[in-house]
Design a protein around this ligand. Structure first.
Ligand SMILES: [Fe+2]
Ligand SMILES: [Fe+2]
Length: 409
C-alpha cells in the first residue's frame, strides 16, 4: 500500500488539517493516511502544547466522525522517549512488524497489511523549505518521499526548493505536490482568540466537554517542573487507562490546580495529585489489593475503593513520588477523612465535579467551589451519601469522619 504519514501537534485539529488529509487522499498518491499527533514539545516539556492524550483523543473523534476506512490514528509518538524527530518516527512506523500489526488492528486484511508498503510524508510547502535542516535529513530523504500541499496563492517554488534540498543533502528528494483549498487557519490563533469556528464539529464537542482550553490556562500558574510531570504522568497513564477515565483523571488535575489557586493551596501538588488520582483504577484487582494493603493495611476493603490507596503506591513506584500531601490526597480521594487537608478536600471535590462529569446536576457545586470549598464539598457529600443509601451500601467510616469534619453531623 501507499501510506501517507501526517504528523503534527493538532492543538486543536482544524479544517486546514482536514483539508490536507482529504487532499492527500484525493491526489491518488496515497491509499491511506496515518495521522500522528506529537507527544511532547522538546523545547518546553509540558508547556506550549496541550497535554498529549487530549490532542490524541480529539483527533480520534474527528477521524471517526469525518472519515471512513482510509484514515487512521497512531500513538507511536507516545512510545518514543525524549525528542521524537521525524526520522525516528518514520523508522519506527515503517518497521515491517510494527506497520503490519498496526494495519491489522485497524481492520485491514492480513494480506494487505503484510504486503510491502511505500511511505510518504505529508506536509505543507512551508515545511519543505527547511527540510535540509531537519534532524538526519539525508537519512530521512533516502527512505521516504514527500507529498506536499500547494495552496492557492502559495509562492513556494517547489522545483527550486527540491533542487536546493537535493544539492544540500547530496541525494535526490522525491516530491509530489497536490492542490488543496486555501484554508487560512492556524491552531495558535484558534487558541489565542478562543474562536472555534474553523474546527470540525467533533473537535468542538470535545473541547466543550472538557472545557479544554479554559481548564488548561491554570498551567500558566504551575511551575515548569509540575507541567512536565503532568505530561509525563499523562503519557504513562495512557498505557493503563481507557479514554474516558484518562481524560477524567487529567481534568481532575487541572481543576484541582485551579481550586488550589482559588483557596491558597499548593497549585503544583494539586495538579499532580488530581491528575493521577485514578491511575490504578484499571489495574487487575489483585494488584490493587496488594498495593492498597501495602499503604493502608485493611482500611480499604471495598473493591471500588481499593484504587485510591493503590494509586498512591502505583504512582510512587513509577515516578518515586514521596510527597506525603500528594500521596494522601490520592489515597483519600474516594472517601475523604476526618482532619482532611486542604489538598485532600480539593482533590475529593474536583474528582466529583470536573467538567466531563454528568452523573447529577453539578451546577451549584461548580459555581460555589471557587469561593466556598467547604460548602461545595458538603453538597457533594450529601449527593454521595444519598447514592449510597439508595444502593444500600454502607458509608465508609472515613467518609463519616470527613462529614463530621465539615460540620455535617
Ligand atoms: Fe477514583
Ligand atoms: Fe476519579
Amino acid at each position: 500500500m501507499k501510506i501517507g504519514l501526517y504528523g503534527g501537534a493538532f492543538d486543536p485539529i482544524h479544517n486546514g488539517h482536514v483539508s490536507m488529509i482529504r487532499g492527500a487522499l484525493d491526489s491518488g498518491v496515497v491509499d491511506i493516511v496515518i495521522v500522528i499527533p506529537s507527544a511532547r514539545n522538546p523545547f518546553k516539556p509540558g508547556r506550549a502544547l496541550t497535554c498529549a492524550p487530549y490532542r490524541y483523543y480529539m483527533v480520534k473523534d474527528v477521524i471517526e466522525d469525518l472519515f471512513d476506512d482510509d484514515v487512521f490514528l497512531s500513538d507511536i509518538e507516545f512510545k518514543i522517549e525524549g525528542i521524537s524527530y521525524t526520522d525516528t518516527v518514520v523508522d519506527r512506523i515503517s518497521d515491517p512488524a510494527y506497520i503490519s500489526a498496526f494495519l491489522e488492528e485497524q481492520g485491514i486484511s492480513s494480506k494487505k497489511a503484510n504486503a510491502s508498503h511505500k511511505f510518504c510524508w505529508i506536509a505543507g510547502s512551508d515545511c519543505l523549505e527547511s527540510l535540509a535542516t531537519w534532524h538526519n535529513a539525508a537519512s530521512l530523504v533516502s527512505k521516504i518521499s514527500f507529498l506536499v500541499a500547494f495552496r492557492p496563492g502559495d509562492d513556494c517554488d517547489i522545483p527550486k526548493v527540491a533542487k536546493e534540498t537535493s544539492d544540500a543533502l547530496g541525494i535526490p528528494v522525491d516530491i509530489t505536490t497536490f492542490d488543496i483549498d486555501g484554508v487560512e487557519i492556524a491552531s495558535s490563533d484558534i487558541r489565542r482568540t478562543g474562536n472555534f469556528d474553523g474546527i470540525p464539529k467533533a473537535a468542538r464537542s470535545f473541547i466543550d466537554e472538557h472545557d479544554l482550553y479554559e481548564a488548561c490556562k491554570i498551567l500558566e500558574d504551575c511551575s515548569d517542573d509540575a507541567c512536565k510531570r503532568f505530561t509525563d504522568a499523562a503519557i504513562w497513564m495512557y498505557g493503563y487507562l481507557r479514554k474516558k477515565r484518562l481524560l477524567h483523571t487529567l481534568n481532575t488535575g487541572l481543576l484541582s490546580a485551579y481550586l488550589a489557586k482559588c483557596h491558597g493551596a499548593d497549585i503544583d501538588k494539586a495538579l499532580i495529585a488530581g491528575a493521577v488520582h485514578d491511575c490504578a483504577k484499571e489495574l487487575p484487582i489483585e494488584d490493587q489489593e496488594r498495593m492498597a494493603y501495602a499503604r493502608c493495611g485493611d482500611l480499604f476493603v471495598d473493591e471500588k475503593l481499593l484504587h485510591s490507596p493503590a494509586g498512591a503506591v502505583f504512582y510512587n513506584e513509577a515516578f518515586g513520588e514521596e510527597d506525603p500531601e500528594i500521596l494522601d490526597a490520592i489515597t483519600y480521594h474516594t472517601t475523604g477523612r476526618g482532619e482532611a487537608t486542604l489538598l485532600d478536600e480539593i482533590v475529593f471535590l474536583a474528582d466529583k465535579i470536573e467538567p466531563s462529569r454528568t452523573y447529577t446536576d453539578l451546577s451549584v457545586m461548580r459555581k460555589i467551589a471557587p469561593t466556598d470549598l467547604d460548602g461545595a464539598a458538603r453538597l457533594c457529600l450529601e449527593s454521595v451519601v444519598d447514592k449510597f443509601k439508595r444502593k444500600k451500601r454502607p458509608v465508609h467510616p472515613l467518609t463519616e469522619g470527613f462529614m463530621k469534619y465539615l460540620g455535617m453531623q
